[in-house]
Design a protein around this ligand. Structure first.
Ligand SMILES: [Fe+2]
Length: 339
């Protein structure tokens, strides 16, 4: 099979309060708004090579609107679609903003995905030009601002079947998997289309809602920047859900927090590069430190929450996450009167 996909190009998520989310991505994360079209807001990190990497879309609850991969060539896009349709997938061709002709479909476990070859490469204005010729724009002056989009992690009812399907049909490599210590139940796996340890993660979903997302992640260049980002977030009232710590799988330093819709986002740095075409994935156990390699802190139960909520819309009639729920998720310490 020719190499079909090259990398994750953008993630689009829905939120009941677009302006609250956009303000957070701008002021807390350090992203920049590039376009506003039909209620959707397109944002980018300073080092993203294309026009945008995050799309905030109006919706009644936090959810994955689509996750997009750029193919390796125009021919690879046609081949990927041919392979998908041979599997019975019924997608549609769309004309996407700044990506042109793109194929959108829903995978076998309900996850919306977009494939495209065409892109608009980002060229900054003179006021944001970098002195590095290979940078699309100068480094953000926002402390800890991520360089680029890194990965997305979805939730699926059958983790291993998800991995096998995307490996077989679209050529993802399976890099690692985790089984419970107590029983051979697969709870996590990571897939990649390139040398990164993963650009697509999969966590077990015990709910009856298909196509949920657990988080998406940005990349910072160094651990120091990740720690600075944690400091900036804390100083500005954002609760850190988990980390900073290091994943055993992928060996990346991580930090998790929530945006105003309650959707989880992550910062990542470090980790290995893997070029091995016939890599044999290890099976980890949580006790080996698959998630927290230091094994010195329990993962908060809140980390198992995926989006949208398992029990239906977490919204009021106005389409907004109730203030007390949002406050508890975003800053439980403040709610409990401890800081
Ligand atoms: Fe992640």
């Amino acid at each position: 099979m020719i190499k079909l996909l090259s990398h994750l190009s953008y993630v689009a998520v829905t939120t009941p309060d677009v302006e609250a989310s956009v303000k957070f991505y701008e002021e807390q994360v350090g992203l920049q708004v590039v376009d506003r079209i039909d209620g959707a807001v397109y944002l980018r990190c300073w080092g993203d090579y294309y026009r945008y990497s995050v799309v905030i879309v109006p919706g009644v609850e936090p959810a994955l609107e689509t996750m997009a991969w750029r193919t390796s060539s125009a021919e690879a896009l046609e081949e990927a679609v041919r392979r998908l349709e041979a599997e019975g997938v019924e997608g549609e061709w769309i004309d996407g903003h700044a990506i042109g002709r793109a194929y959108r479909f829903v995978g076998p476990q309900g996850h919306p995905m977009t494939l495209h070859w065409d892109v608009e490469h980002y060229v900054s204005g003179a006021d944001q030009a970098s002195s590095y010729p290979d940078r699309p724009a100068r480094r953000s002056s926002h402390a800890g601002a991520p360089r680029q989009l890194d990965h997305v992690t979805i939730a699926a009812a059958d983790v291993d079947e998800f991995g096998k399907w995307y490996e077989r049909v679209l050529g993802f490599r399976i890099m690692a998997r985790t089984e419970l210590d107590e029983a051979p139940v697969s709870i996590f796996t990571v897939l990649t289309t390139n040398e990164k340890s993963h650009d697509l993660g999969v966590v077990l979903d015990g709910s009856t809602r298909a196509g949920r997302v657990n988080h998406f992640a940005f990349w910072v260049d160094t651990r120091e920047e990740l720690l600075i980002a944690a400091d900036v977030l804390m100083e500005n009232g954002t609760h850190i859900e988990y980390g900073p710590s290091i994943h055993g799988i992928g060996e990346q330093t991580f930090l998790y927090y929530r945006e105003p819709s309650t959707l989880r986002i992550e910062l990542n740095t470090g980790g290995y590069r893997n070029y091995v075409p016939d890599w044999q994935p290890n099976t980890w156990k949580p006790s080996l430190g698959s998630n927290n390699f230091y094994r010195n802190g329990q993962m908060p139960w809140s980390m198992t929450e995926s989006f949208p909520a398992a029990d239906g819309p977490s919204t009021t009639e106005e389409g907004v996450v109730p203030d007390e729920i949002r406050a508890a998720l975003l800053n439980p310490y403040a709610v409990q009167g401890r800081g």
